[in-house]
Design a protein. Structure first.
Length: 400
C-alpha cells in the first residue's frame, strides 16, 4: 500500500514539463523511491504515454550491470530511442559514477523530462553544479511529519497516533507501516543508520578508525541541543584518551551532513543581522536516529522536541538559525523568502512555573514578527504580550 504525501506530490506534479531537472534529495528510507513510483502512476493519470515513462532504480540487483556512466547512458538512450520526449525517473543515481554527465546529456541534448533521487547532498555540489548549474530544482524529502505519521498509521490500521507515539517512534515510513514495539522499532532505525554509514560514508571515504568516528557521532547526539565546535569534540576525545585532529572531526561532521544524518544550524546575530561561523548546533534528520544509535532515555525528551521543531521548520521551507541577542539565545529564528517573513521560536518541555526565561528571551526582540513558545504541555495555551504559547501537537498540525 502506498500512502499519498500530498505536499511532495504537489511539488512534483507542478514541475511536470518544466525545463529543469528535478532532484529529490534526503536521508535513506525517507520515502523518495516510493514517491517516485507513485509519481509514475500520476504521470499516466495525467495522460502521458506509459511507453514514454521510464523508471530505473540503481540500487537493485536488476540494475547491477549498470556500473558506470557509459553503460547508464547507452541503456537509457536505447530505451528512449524513437519515442520523442520521455519522462525519466532515475532512483538513487549517485550509485553510478559519472551520472551527472548522463543526466546532462539526456536533458540538454535529447530534451527529456528528468526526475532523479539521491541520498547524498553532493548531488548538488561538485560536478553537478558544473553540468547542471541553474538548470535543476531540489525537492528536499524528509521522514514523515507528525501529520503524515497519523495518516500512515490510520491507513495501515495501527494503533497509536498521539504526539508521544510520534516522539517515541519517529518518522521513518517503514516504522509507521508495521505494529512495531519500541525496541524493535529502534533496531530497525539502527539498521537504517548502519546502512547509511556503510554505504554513504564508510564506502565513500574509507574511514580507518571507525571507533573514533562512532565516538564523534555519540558526542553530536549527546550535545544535540547545545552549541559546540570541532575543538570541543577533540577535547572530549582527549579526555577519553583518544586522539583526533580538528580536521578529522570536520571531515566526519561533513560526511554525516552529506548523508543527511545531521543538519547544521548556524547562529544568527539579531543585532548585526549576520550569520556567525562558530558554535553551531547539529540536529538529526529524524529524531528516532538518536534511539537507534543510543537507545531511548527519558531525559532525551527536551532535546527530541527541539529536534522535531527544527526539522518541521525545514520541511515547511524555512531557513533556520539559532538566534543570538546579547547574552540571550533564541532557539530558532526561521526565515522564509516566499512569502517573505520571519518567526521566532522557543522550545521547552513544560512551561516553568517560577521562571519566565522562554518568554523573556522573546520579549527582548524588538520587532513585530510572530513569536512562539512551543511546549509539550498540551494544556499550555496562552498569549503573553503577543507571544503565543502553543502545544507541540498543535504546532505540528498547524500551517504556521
Amino acid at each position: 500500500m502506498n500512502i499519498n504525501r500530498p505536499d511532495y506530490m504537489h511539488k512534483l506534479l507542478s514541475a511536470i514539463d518544466i525545463p529543469l531537472v528535478k532532484i529529490l534529495n534526503g536521508v535513506r528510507r525517507s520515502g523518495k523511491s516510493t514517491l517516485l513510483s507513485m509519481f509514475k502512476e500520476e504521470l499516466v493519470k495525467q495522460g502521458k504515454n506509459p511507453g514514454n515513462i521510464i523508471y530505473r532504480r540503481y540500487t537493485s540487483l536488476g540494475d547491477a550491470a549498470v556500473v558506470d556512466a557509459p553503460s547508464m547512458y547507452k541503456e537509457l538512450a536505447c530505451m528512449t530511442e524513437g519515442k520523442g520526449k520521455c519522462y525519466l525517473l532515475l532512483d538513487e543515481v549517485q550509485e553510478v559514477d559519472g551520472w551527472e554527465k548522463v543526466v546532462n546529456s539526456l536533458y540538454e541534448d535529447m530534451g527529456h523530462d528528468l526526475y532523479v533521487t539521491g541520498s547524498n547532498s553532493k548531488l548538488l555540489a561538485g560536478e553537478m553544479s558544473t553540468y547542471l548549474s541553474g538548470r535543476y530544482i531540489e525537492i528536499a524529502v524528509f521522514p514523515l511529519s507528525y501529520r503524515e505519521f497519523i495518516d500512515f498509521r490510520i491507513a495501515y490500521g495501527i494503533q497509536g497516533t498521539s504526539i508521544m507515539d510520534y516522539i517515541r517512534l519517529g518518522g521513518f515510513p517503514v516504522i509507521s507501516t508495521g505494529a512495531f514495539d519500541h525496541n524493535t522499532a529502534y533496531q530497525v532505525v539502527g539498521g537504517i543508520y548502519s546502512s547509511i554509514v556503510m554505504r554513504d560514508i564508510q564506502r565513500r571515504h574509507k574511514i580507518a578508525a571507525m571507533d573514533l568516528f562512532n565516538r564523534v557521532v555519540d558526542f553530536i547526539i549527546e550535545n544535540m541541543s547545545h552549541t559546540f565546535s570541532a575543538s570541543s569534540v577533540v577535547k572530549f576525545l582527549k579526555s577519553q584518551h583518544r586522539s583526533l585532529t580538528t580536521e578529522n572531526v570536520y571531515d566526519y561532521i561533513t560526511w554525516l551532513e552529506e548523508a543527511f544524518v545531521t543538519y547544521k544550524c548556524k547562529r544568527y546575530d539579531l543585532r548585526g543581522r549576520d550569520v556567525l561561523q562558530t558554535q553551531e548546533k547539529y540536529y538529526l534528520s529524524d529524531h528516532s536516529l538518536r534511539y537507534g544509535i543510543k537507545g531511548f532515555q527519558g531525559t532525551d525528551v527536551s532535546a527530541i522536541i527541539e529536534n522535531i521543531v527544527y526539522v518541521e521548520l525545514l520541511r515547511r521551507g524555512y531557513s533556520v538559525y539559532i538566534g543570538k541577542l546579547y547574552d540571550k539565545e533564541i532557539d530558532f529564528v526561521a526565515q522564509k523568502l516566499e512569502p517573505a517573513g520571519c518567526i521566532y521560536i522557543q522550545v521547552c518541555r513544560n512551561m516553568p512555573e517560577v521562571s519566565d526565561r522562554e518568554v523573556a528571551n522573546l520579549k527582548a526582540i524588538k520587532d513585530n514578527y510572530p513569536k512562539f513558545v512551543i511546549t509539550l504541555d498540551e494544556y499550555s495555551t496562552a498569549d503573553i504580550d503577543g507571544i503565543r504559547i502553543i502545544p507541540l501537537k498543535d504546532f505540528l498540525l498547524s500551517d504556521i
